[in-house]
Design a binder for this molecule. Sequence first.
Ligand code: DOR
Ligand code: ZN
Length: 382
Amino acid sequence: MTTGKTGGTTGDTTNGATGDATGGATGNLRTLTITRPDDWHLHLRDGDLMAAVLPWTTRCFARAVVMPNLRPPVTTAAAAAAYYERILDALHPDVDFTPLMTLYLTDTMKPAEIERAKAQGLVVAAKLYPAGATTNADAGVTDLARARPLLEALAACGMPLLVHGEVTDPAVDVFDREAVFIERHLRPLVESMPDLKVVLEHVTTRQAVAFVEQGPPTLAATITAHHLLLNRGAMFQGGLNPHFYCLPVLKREEHRLALVAAATGGSPKFFLGTDSAPHPRAAKEAACGCAGIFSAPVAIEAYAAVFEQAGALDRLEGFCGRHGPLFYGLPFNRGTLTLERRACSVPSTVPDGAAGDLVPLAAGSSLRWSVVAPPAGLIRGD
Ligand code: DOR
Ligand code: ZN
């Protein structure tokens, strides 16, 4: 990481976020150059919507783990390869971006599908959605015990299991679903399969942070920008705010603080996963609004704001560009991304590729770090 010295400060911090920037040891930096980051959890969607959102990710990220919860879900190596090709087709030819594909585990999938995907080389992980837990999760796994042969196939070929860690039991309060999932399902799984690499995706609670910290080196977690910036109060501030509704749902402030400590603390077990999940505005602002926060347009700027507030800008690079590749066993990116301490204005809406629009995280507000364009390494051959 290279840094430059400051003159002055700029801008507001975040959209309803808590606290002010405090500076700290790294608070006087003016520019920050880091290894080009990766997004280890991204919803790219498909078709026109994919084409509309893809540039928001490729402007910063070199690679992204692309979630398989399409309709129908990506359940075969062949479907993953076809989706990979559609993503490449939607990319501007000069853009250097590698989609890392995932398989969606189901009750009926056979272990041979995982072996096929491994041999094919495009799929890096498999996603466990408890059936019904979130958007397009109805075809997910109904009983972890039945998925055991799939998990053994993953362990045998060294492919990580990516977990949406929430129980779907309607008797469990929605704010407790992650903590209950850990005790009911994940702890027994991790203890019984020491060779299986597991990523607990988009952690939201202090219980999840403690579980990952105390677990074996085969256990890691992604953390979103929105769970770092916002607590559950944001959903209800001044009225009902559907654009802050996601799953797992935002939690109390004590949990947000635990996430900030985990992300900024330097542990290689925690890395960047935006869970950027675009839904057309009409689907969010509806009587029964969809879960998902579209954070790609402001992701890296938002993480920088969080790390600055924590006085930990020197650890941003590890979280964004080092810990993920180390866990997945992939090389570090060669390019760099430079941020400067200059306010960036977040648009209120961006086009969704059809007739509608999308509302990004921090819509209409200002963040204090901006990406210096064009990012070094963005263009092939740099
Ligand atoms: O908020 C969410 N949105 N959480 C998920 O797990 C899925 C995602 C989506 O695909 O919209
Ligand atoms: Zn997700």
